[in-house]
Design a protein. Sequence first.
Length: 148
Amino acid sequence: MEIILKQDVTNIGSKDDIIVVKDGYARNYLIPKGLAITATVSAKKMHAETMRQRAHKEEKLREEAEVYAKKLEGVSLVIGAKTSTKGKIFGSVNTIQIAEALTEKGFDIDRKNISIKEDLIKEVGNYTATVKLHKEVKVEIPFEIKAE
């Protein structure tokens, strides 16, 4: 079934994307939750007009994200964690700690826009996190986990 997304949906698409999903997923989840609408002929015409009007605004947002990305490129973080004598972390380091460390440096970034390549960080060492500033602009930030 072809649908038009009304909001960003993780692993599916961004707002205003026209995508094809399975009928049951669209009818039972996306449409009832208000995340999407059916892509009828009239809906596609309205969508095309809306996209033409937004094209200029999107370009401006992407340029702002690129400027912000240039500021973030030189940033490296040091995150302290309680560890055992062998260097294992009690618990794990996640995107919340990275977002807090970025906030301390003056960058206000939502933790949902930060992803870490490793699933769980349980040891002291150097890692990288990817920050998504725009759907086309991503920045990799190196961070180091140190024992407190």
